[in-house]
Write a protein that binds this ligand. Sequence first.
Ligand code: B12
Ligand code: SF4
Ligand code: SF4
Length: 302
Amino acid sequence: MSAVHPKTKPNLAQFFEESIKTYIAGTPNNVMPAFPGERIWDGPAVGFADGDDPLFKEYKSIIGDFHVTPREALEMHLKKAACGYQPEQVRVISWALPSTRETRQSMRRETQVSSLRWNYTRWYGQEANARLARHLVALVEDMGGHAVAPEQESWFEVKRDVPGGPASRWSQRHIAYAAGLGTFGLSDGFISPVGMAIRLGSIVCDLDIPPTPRAYPGHLDNCLFYRTGNCGKCIKRCPAGAISEAGHDKAKCSNYQSRVMPVILQEMGRDHGYVGTYRGCGLCQTGVPCEGRIPRSKDEID
Ligand code: B12
Ligand code: SF4
Ligand code: SF4
């Protein structure tokens, strides 16, 4: 069974990149509540991975054997549909949605808590991100293909009993790394061409999209600290002391976001309007050279 109509969509990579950009530019979900006229997301960066890339099997040792490969994700989805179809090729579409300049600037002014714009980005922005994934699944299916948004499947969970700290069965940062979208940084944050102040998303499908080459030899190459030995600005930005030259302490980070920050916000009399089960942080992702791009020198903040 051929899942694609090759004559209709000769350049699938370009087609999906444009579809993602058009959706984000036009969707009514990409609006910043309480800040009239502002958006949550700027123009996305998009990458594609071969779902059978050996890297996805390596993730079972790098992250844990619970981490699902793209082929497994698509096969679980097809099994549910009981159609007996085996995909010839499996591809991943991955994207990075960048916070707007207004949101990033609002965060640069903060030293202890997230700004209201960042909090809205965490919750309303993630809703727009999840809707984008469902939109893309529908688009692939309309083209005669099969697709799944792994993070929205019932098997998806964040494992809390992992020695290195919480880890999910579909890590969007590792997926984005495989799709040529960037690398990790000292703070653990993912540094993409549109920077680190982003949220990531992905779907898996069986269309024959050419994979994006990975323009970096190592998984930490976009970070100035690992590339040049300088920087470490995220260490100073973190109010929880969760980042050091040894990396990111997830327990300290998580505790700050869920327990410490709500109390500080209340003490400041600023808790009104914030939404979500926790406020979100991300001070380490803003006011740093990797905030809005892959950093070129240690002092640059665009
Ligand atoms: C659990 C979780 C958390 C936990 C733990 C974070 C963590 N480091 O794993 C806590 C609560 C602390 C957290 C905090 C935040 N989170 Co969070 N979180 C997640 C979640 C749900 C799962 C992450 C996961 O599975 N990690 C897996 C583990 C194994 O990853 P890791 O430890 O970082 O990986 C290391 C190793 O694998 C290592 N490595 C070793 N060898 C090799 C070899 C290769 C080849 C590779 C590739 C890697 C590698 O590299 C990594 C860095 O050291 C994802 C959503 C998702 N489904 O992915 C969002 C996600 C990671 N969070 C995100 C965000 C935005 C945040 C916050 C800013 C909160 C907020 N929204 O305001 C903070 C930032 C903290 C930080 N400094 O990174 C974004 C990432 C944005 C970015 N630029 O990186 C994600 C992807 C959500 C999204 N949809 O965009 N988060
Ligand atoms: S602030 Fe500097 S050290 Fe920290 S992740 Fe960004 S580039 Fe790396
Ligand atoms: S998200 Fe906040 S608490 Fe966590 S490492 Fe970054 S600055 Fe520190």
